[in-house]
Structure formats: C-alpha cells, structure tokens
Design a binder for this molecule. Structure first.
Ligand code: PEP
Length: 249
C-alpha cells in the first residue's frame, strides 16, 4: 500500500520573526518533489504559526508543537485544539520526548491529547521513543509498544496519525540511529499494528524517524522499507532541510 513520504520540521523553541521569515523564504524557493510524492509540514513555535501560515508556500503544511488535552477554558498558558482549527492549522505534534521528559507528560496524557486533537479534526504527529537507559536495558520494544498502545486504546481511526519513532538518545545529540536500528524498531511497530490494531492500519500508517537526521544521513535511512519519512529538529532550521525533503525520491 502506498505510504506517501512525510517530512516534518520541528523548529522547537527557536527563532525570531526575522529568522522565521528567512527559513520560510528558503523553503518557498526550494525545488522539491511534488506533493504527490512528499508531504512536508513545518512546525514553528505557537506565536509564529499565523506568520508562517500566511507566508509559506501552499504545498507545505503547518503544525503546532503541542496543544491542550481537552476543550479550551481556564487553562492559563495553554493553546487548545479548537484554536488551532480556528486558525486553519491542520497538524499538531504530540508526545515529543522533550515534553514527556521535561514536563512529565505520561503515555495516558499524550494519548488523551491525541484522541482529543483528532476529534476536533486535527492531524497528529505522535512521537514515541526510548531513552538510552531503556535501550541499554533491552526495553526499546516494550517502551515504544506501551507508548503506542496507550494511543491505540483511545483512538480507532489512524488515518490522520503519523507515528514518529524518535529515540531520545538521538534527539539533538548528533548520534543518529543506524538505518538498521531504525528499521528494526519501525518494522516492530508495523508488526505491532498488524497484531494489535489491524492489517490495514499496519500497511497504511506512516512511521517516520526522528533523531539527528541530516542531509548526510537521510538517504540511507529513507531507503529502509519501513521508514516513511522524517521528523527533523535542528536541521529543519537550516537550508539542508531541503535536501532531506528530496530524500523522498
Ligand atoms: C526532534 O526534536 O524531533 C528531533 C528529531 O530533533 P533533532 O533532529 O535535532 O535530533
């Protein structure tokens, strides 16, 4: 079943308005494979979402980096799914390890967010991944299965979900997973979907890799049969993001 290559750029908590405009103009000028071949979504900080949405080429999408777990209201400092929908922001990243680890977001909390965001019509990039300690203890598959199961327990339709496998030890460290390591986890997750959700979801859900992806290492990773694209942090702020998009072909 054809799974369209997906490249997300997570800008994290970076940038000024001028820097953001510069990144957008680089992207707008880039020659990349058509949107039939690759889906590109960039994720600026909340405050720059309207600016990026207004300036960015129409074949690229925009994602928020988080949203509140339920309907908005008296939750100071939070941004609701409804607000993102209202602004025409189609995507949201949920469960990023920086939020799981630094802000204590549990598997259940992330799963509740995914379910609520989907219910409001958002598309979700849901992140899973193990720490170095968990990998060294041989628990990688248990950890990613538990994180994915928490979501599967709360949603029945995976059409609007992209699952990002992001080993925590590879994020922002320059220590990328080898193509073999990435493929091993991606194929485990696809098999997990086959057994625990459905063969159709296993065949169609996009599982993307994140963690120190660069122009130099993306081709080999993209060649793995179960790697359906990337979630890119640091390199998404640089012109090399365009080369990563091009690894779709
Ligand atoms: C991320 O934060 O999602 C990420 C993958 O970061 P980096 O590419 O910088 O490792």
């Amino acid at each position: 079943m054809g799974r369209k290559f997906f490249v997300g750029g997570n800008w994290k908590c970076n940038g000024t308005a001028d820097e953001v405009k510069k990144i957008v103009s680089t992207l707008n000028e880039a020659e990349v494979p058509s949107e039939d071949v690759v889906e590109v979504v960039v994720s600026p900080p909340f405050v720059f979402l309207p600016l990026v949405k207004s300036l960015l080429r129409s074949d690229f999408g925009v994602a928020a980096q988080n949203c509140w777990v339920r309907k908005g209201g008296a939750f100071t400092g939070e941004i609701s799914s409804e607000m993102l929908v209202n602004l025409g922001i189609p995507w949201v990243i949920l469960g990023h390890s920086e939020r799981r680890l630094l802000l204590g977001e549990s598997n259940e909390f992330v799963a509740d967010k995914v379910a609520y965001a989907l219910s409001q019509g958002l598309k979700v990039i849901a992140c899973v991944g193990e720490t170095l300690e968990q990998r060294e203890a041989g628990k990688t598959m248990d950890v990613v299965a538990a994180q994915t199961k928490a979501i599967a327990d709360k949603i029945s339709d995976w059409t609007n979900v992209v699952l990002a496998y992001e080993p925590v030890w590879a994020i922002g460290t320059g220590k990328v997973a080898t193509p073999v390591q990435a493929q091993e986890v991606h194929s485990f997750l696809r098999e997990w979907f086959h057994t625990n959700v459905s063969p159709d979801v296993a065949a169609s859900v996009r599982i993307i890799y994140g963690g120190s992806v660069t122009a130099a290492n993306c081709k080999e990773l993209a060649a793995q049969p179960d790697v359906d694209g990337f979630l890119v942090g640091g390199a998404s702020l640089k012109p090399e993001f365009v080369d990563i998009i091009k690894s779709a072909t």
